[in-house]
Design a protein around this ligand. Structure first.
Ligand code: SF4
Length: 483
């Protein structure tokens, strides 16, 4: 009997890369720092999992007061013996693998497990994770029947209170899991052997470092690869091509020949990296500048999208705009709504009012703004003409960068407004909020806060973040005029 050693997370790592698994088990301190965005995604998963307990209300959470997982496993066994009908975080160990089932239910004398995901789609990783749990449950619970993946129902529309039975969808994994029991058994035995060997597996970097997720040990393995002159800084080549070159011994940009760069842009990129000078396509930039009709204003919208809908008539992950900022070169204006009730009509009217005196609206990557405005048109057809005019007036600044009409080698593969502004402009400083996901978390806190001072601080942080984007967009256009 092996000692408990492998969690679900460890198994998924083993499946991605044996070295990542070994480092995770033996040298966890080498893991990269978890980003704020990743933490927020974990929190969302936890919140949705907790909410999904309402599908089977009144259960016992065996993890709540346990000191460690072994104690939780013991407690689970006691509840199974006592035929407790609903157990949350039910913990089992088999063949050295530890799993915690989100919800375990005794239904008509048989056990069904439910694994909750804060997502609409079932990914391959979710399926593997569920099949691993099935493997453990099948081998530990005599009257185990099936495991269901529980995901959010994309068609659910909130009416009054959230109805958990309609919000979630479930899918049996029995068929896939039964077909793969031997596969999991073999993999787990292999993983144990690797731990017993107690030697870091000699695995080179490769495409697997990014699939299904960027590996937690990226900075450990890649620290000597990502030099300023590394071919991995090239933004246009896909991973297949980059590794083809890398495996053929072409590791730095100087080694790239014209033949290998394949086209003019890659050739220009090579020159830019080797000389550390930007690519500037003056003709294309001038054409872009000529398309801007004065007076113009820079605009940025912030979006709220929750897994569990919170506004009436919205669906899971529906994008709801809550903040619009505008900057015309001299003054900032904004509109923010708390959406205590659905305030999207007011938001649409404010968008129209704040843009109607301008001939042109500058946006950095218009995708989200255009989607949000189309949704407002769908909701308020009587404002269709006014809202369509906003879309027509939008000039997207992003393609200037994305099409390499202006590209600085320091951008590397990152074309976000924050990166481009940090490198190209001197007067732009982002505050606490660094991404749209973080802005959503601030907004949630702003909505929920009952402390008037905290609330005001959160609101100001959000406005500053959004205003910084409009300032950066506007100043980027001014910067193009001088290059
Ligand atoms: S960075 Fe790549 S090679 Fe290194 S442990 Fe992770 S997946 Fe394996």
């Amino acid at each position: 009997m092996k000692n408990y050693a492998i969690s679900k997370t460890a198994f998924i790592k083993f499946d991605q890369c044996q070295k990542a698994f070994f480092l995770y088990k033996n040298h966890p301190y080498l893991r990269d720092k978890i980003s704020t965005d990743t933490k927020l995604t974990f929190k969302r998963g936890h919140d949705v999992g907790y909410f999904a307990q309402q599908l089977f209300a009144g259960g016992i959470d065996v993890s709540a007061n346990s000191k460690n997982v072994l104690e939780t496993e013991k407690l689970t066994a006691q509840h199974i013996q006592n035929k407790t009908p609903i157990i949350y975080e039910a913990t089992f160990i088999y063949n050295g693998v530890l799993i915690m089932a989100d919800i375990l239910c005794l239904e008509n004398g048989i056990y069904n497990a439910y694994e909750v995901k804060s997502s609409i789609k079932v990914s391959e990783v979710y399926l593997k994770d569920a099949c691993l749990q099935y493997y453990v449950l099948k081998n530990t619970l005599p009257n185990f029947n099936d495991l269901f993946l529980v995901t959010l129902n994309a068609d659910y529309v909130l009416q009054n209170q959230v109805n958990p039975k309609q919000l979630f969808k479930k899918r049996s994994v029995k068929k896939q899991a039964e077909q793969n029991l031997i596969f999991f058994n073999d993999k787990i035995n292999h993983a144990h052997l690797l731990l017993e060997e107690n030697k870091i597996p000699n695995i080179a970097i490769g495409k697997h470092c990014f699939k299904p997720y960027q590996c937690d040990f990226f900075n450990t393995c890649w620290k000597d690869v990502i030099t300023p002159n590394s071919i991995f800084n090239l933004p246009r080549l896909n991973k297949d091509k980059l590794f083809e070159l890398y495996d053929a011994g072409i590791k730095t940009l100087n080694q790239l020949t014209t033949e290998l760069t394949a086209n003019q842009i890659n050739d220009d990129l090579k020159t830019a990296f080797v000389n550390n000078t930007p690519i500037i396509n003056k003709q294309a930039i001038n054409e872009f500048l000529l398309s801007i009709k004065q007076p113009c204003v820079a605009m940025d919208l912030e979006i709220w999208a929750t897994a569990i809908p919170q506004l009436q008539n919205t669906k899971p992950f529906e994008q709801v705009p809550f903040l619009a900022c505008f900057y015309n070169g001299t003054e900032h204006t904004y509109f923010i709504t708390e959406h205590t009730t659905d305030d999207r009509l007011n938001f649409a009217l404010q968008l129209i009012a704040n843009t109607q005196n301008y001939n042109c609206i500058l946006v950095y990557d218009k995708t989200m703004e255009v989607l949000a405005i189309h949704k407002l048109i769908e909701l308020f057809p009587h404002l269709k003409i006014e809202l369509e005019i906003i879309i027509i007036k939008i000039i997207d600044v992003y393609p200037v960068i994305a099409n390499f009409n202006y590209y600085h080698p320091k951008f590397k593969n990152n074309f976000s407004l924050k990166t481009v502004a940090d490198i190209s402009l001197s007067n732009i400083t982002y505050s606490d909020i660094q991404s749209g996901l973080q802005a959503m978390a601030y907004f949630e806190n702003y909505r929920n806060s009952t402390n008037i001072i905290d609330k005001e601080t959160l609101k100001q942080n959000l406005i500053t973040y959004c205003q910084t984007d409009t300032l950066a967009t506007f100043e980027l256009v001014n910067f193009f005029k001088l290059v």
